[in-house]
Ligand binder design. Structure first.
Ligand code: ATP
Ligand code: MG
Length: 472
């Protein structure tokens, strides 16, 4: 709890350019990287600053540096981030909650995602309108990524009408239509009124997750069949003319029709389809609605539960169908947030099947060019090296949860050069549910203790069953 009576006034700072400051004083715990300070200038003016770096020795003084974020208004409620003043010697002290909140004055509607890590008095926010950039979400297993992602997505559903599609490999978002508590709040009522579609492989129509083979672009069809245009040129050519050759037959009739044709290429293609077991895949739409048609109606959220398919290629086919279709219709410039949890399943640089290559290349293209068409990625994974570097390098927003590996933190520091190194390093000390947000969607890099989910989690960790002791 912030108590003005307890605030020490024995730390002084200097700033020659009005942008960066150096400070020194006795050891104080709240001057930590990421912490907010108020600089008291002569004449009563005040500036808001953020500590970036601190060094100290036992029994000695503390030294540090930080960045000036702007001039605080007289009533402390607004911040002028375009103005800041240099000073030769000024007193600095921890900022009051109202001064920290001034960071978001005039920003419009905000997402409430939890509280500041250093003070539960200070709410933590993200800027909803800055999800028009790609976001990279990273943290080791169990750090709370999926839970925290859910908190942010709920807030986006509450405060924006930005539609989202969620690639959900573990069924973590399949209960997005259920309130976590029986207590009904306005927020829960609003969330429950949103149009949320949950598409799953085993669900009956209209909630099944399906793809129409004939709608796939040729390259995607070839990837499904592991066909190379040069190495397998005859079969590939048969595939090009498949529609004219077999006509509009049902999936089950494709193989017999090709066999009847009797040419070497048709027979080979028929065997290939049979060997791969393609006709039996649950993912084909047949007479049912395809996921691309459902997405085209732009529900507020569409969860694609990719975990329940029998073959590992089927989730990739869904991803390819969806991403290809979004890309093909990009000129319509209809905004969509493309959320991919466990994004290494789709964007790994190390997986090389025709389907993996096709999906990754489409993701790279969306990362590079999708932004201006309203296709914005939000990718979550455990380590930066698990995602193709050309995808991560296009991300402007970073959410970082607990990460102990110095190699991974170094890599993130290189990619996201705008995040102070000492704040990144603190991620190694994070507890579950603690996160660093940086980039366009925050006013300044911010360390956050995530708030609670309002809707049910689908895939909370399974607990080890305990044996009850017999009563004596
Ligand atoms: N802020 C939180 N409050 C309460 N419970 C949480 C919080 N964060 C995570 N948990 C719980 O901790 C467990 C692990 O969290 P989560 O699944 O979000 O981790 P993760 O980083 O996504 O891990 P993985 O990389 O393995 O998917 C879950 O059971 C989740 O319910
Ligand atoms: Mg997870």
């Amino acid at each position: 709890m912030y108590d003005p009576e307890l605030v020490p006034r024995d730390t002084t700072a200097v700033s020659l350019d009005g942008r960066y400051f150096h400070f020194t004083g006795p050891l104080r715990s709240f001057f930590e990287p990421g912490g907010f300070v108020t600089v008291r200038l002569e004449g009563g003016m005040r500036e808001l600053g953020q500590v970036e770096d601190v060094t100290f020795s036992m029994g000695g003084d503390m030294h540090g540096t930080g960045r000036i974020l702007g001039l605080i208004s007289e009533d402390t409620r607004t911040l002028d981030s375009r103005r800041s003043l240099p000073f030769i010697s000024a007193q600095i002290q921890p900022a009051e909650p109202v001064e920290i909140n001034s960071l978001y004055s005039g920003s419009g509607d905000l997402l409430d995602i939890g509280t500041s890590l250093s003070s539960t008095d200070v709410p933590a926010h993200l800027l909803p309108h800055r999800f028009n950039r790609h976001t990279f979400w990273c943290g080791q297993s169990g750090s709370g990524k999926t839970y925290a992602l859910g908190v942010v997505l709920e807030q986006l559903l509450l405060h924006t009408s930005l539609p989202m599609v969620i690639f959900d490999p573990n069924g973590d978002f399949t209960r997005l239509r259920e309130a976590k508590e029986t207590r009904e709040t306005d927020a829960i009522r609003s969330l429950l009124s949103r149009n949320i579609r949950i598409l799953r492989p085993a669900s009956p129509d209209p909630d099944s997750l399906r793809v129409r083979f004939v709608d796939l672009p040729l390259r995607a069809k070839a990837a499904v069949m592991h066909l190379d245009p040069v190495t397998d040129r005859d079969e590939y050519n048969e595939l090009i003319h498949l529609q004219e050759v077999v006509g509009s037959v049902t999936g089950e009739e494709v193989v017999p029709t090709l066999r009847q044709r009797g040419t070497a290429a048709a027979l080979a293609l028929a065997s290939r389809i049979e060997n791969l077991g393609l006709v039996d895949w649950a993912v084909w739409a047949r007479e049912f609605e395809a996921v691309t048609d459902i997405l085209d109606t732009r529900p507020d959220a569409t969860v694609l539960d990719l975990g329940g398919f029998d073959t590992p290629d089927e989730p990739l086919v869904v991803a390819m169908a969806v991403l290809d279709d979004l890309w093909a219709r990009r000129e319509r410039r209809r905004p969509l947030l493309i959320v991919i949890d466990e994004a290494h399943n789709l964007g790994s640089p190390d997986q090389h099947s025709p389907l993996h290559d096709a999906v990754r290349e489409r993701l790279i293209q969306i990362a590079a060019e999708g932004r201006k068409f309203g296709l914005w990625l939000l990718l979550s994974t455990q380590r930066p090296s698990r995602i193709d570097p050309s995808i991560i390098s296009q991300c402007d927003n970073l959410a970082l949860m607990k990460m102990t590996s110095p190699v991974d933190l170094d890599e993130l520091g290189t990619i996201f050069g705008f995040v102070p190194g000492n704040m990144l390093t603190r991620a190694s000390q994070f507890r579950q549910g603690e996160a660093l947000f940086a980039g366009g969607f925050t006013a300044t890099p911010t360390m956050v203790k995530m708030g609670e989910r309002l809707l049910e989690e689908g895939g909370a960790d399974v607990r080890v069953p305990v044996r009850l002791r017999p009563q004596p």
